[in-house]
Write a protein that binds this ligand. Structure first.
Ligand SMILES: Nc1ncnc2c1ncn2[C@@H]1O[C@H](COP(=O)(O)OP(=O)(O)OP(=O)(O)O)[C@@H](O)[C@H]1O
Ligand SMILES: [Mg+2]
Length: 234
């Protein structure tokens, strides 16, 4: 199991108020599996991805990544786990504006002390189909192209788990379809498990399974248009 969540609760504190974001979420994600989490704005999708990526710890319950419980690790070990095993495509991309596309992709390799980071970053840009744009800066790229750079950066170090937060959120239909096709292709080639948050029915339909979050709780699987036998055994 790549990811195992059991009765996860996450409450944020804002001044003297407690904001409940997740209220007892359990889920499993197997090797190579693609799971979509849907639900309206504020239901807890990004919170869930942050916990699944060891970027934050649950208030209670367990998060296990490849069998390791995140709450058992200190800050250094959490950082190490994120750098080695997790790829994160952020809701708002977070490409560094002063770096070129290839430099952005190279960064996680440099942080991990990898050898030949430039060559591997170029290979990854090749894989996402924009090697020709390697030397451009983010402001010189379209939204769809930036999304590809973000995906390349998230996968360049060969993580077991890709967390993608609204990977098609800011794209038109055509660019969105192309990014979804890219994720499908990369999952196939690299065997990476994907946990994706999305508002897009088309993106959700591309996943193997769909879960709906409502006020921090999981509801039943949302059936998709192209899955006539929704509700079958899991
Ligand atoms: N750092 C934080 N401090 C306090 N409250 C937060 C924090 N982050 C999120 N929240 C609150 O937790 C709840 C869940 O937020 P989250 O960002 O997970 O939602 P989301 O499903 O990703 O929404 P969207 O679709 O708009 O991205 C919301 O009520 C939000 O206001
Ligand atoms: Mg969000």
């Amino acid at each position: 199991m790549v990811l195992h969540l059991l009765n996860v609760e996450k409450h944020y504190a804002v001044s003297d108020q407690r904001v409940p974001a997740l209220n007892g979420v359990s889920l499993d994600l197997g090797g190579g599996e693609w799971l979509a989490v849907v639900g309206r704005s504020g239901c807890g999708k990004t919170t869930l991805l942050n916990l699944a990526g060891a970027a934050d710890l649950p208030t209670s319950g367990h998060v296990e990544i490849e069998g390791v419980r995140t709450s058992s690790l200190d800050d250094d070990a959490l950082t190490e786990l994120r750098r080695r095993r997790i790829g994160f495509v952020f809701q708002f991309l977070q490409l560094l504006p002063t770096l070129s596309a290839v430099e952005n992709v190279e960064l996680p390799l440099q942080l991990a002390g990898a050898r030949r980071p430039r060559g591997r970053a170029v290979d990854m840009l090749e894989m996402v189909g924009i090697a020709a744009l390697a030397d451009r800066h983010p402001h010189q790229l379209s939204g769809g192209e930036m999304q590809r750079v973000a995906i390349a950066r998230a996968l360049v170090h060969g993580p077991g788990l890709l967390l993608a937060d609204e990977p098609t959120g800011s794209l038109d239909d055509e660019a969105a379809a192309s990014v979804i096709g890219l994720l499908r292709d990369l999952r196939e080639r690299l065997g990476t498990s994907i946990l994706m948050a999305t508002h897009s029915p088309e993106a959700a339909a591309a996943a193997d399974r769909r879960l709906t979050l409502r006020d921090g709780r999981l509801a039943a699987d949302a059936p998709s248009a192209d899955t006539p036998s929704a509700g079958g055994p899991e």
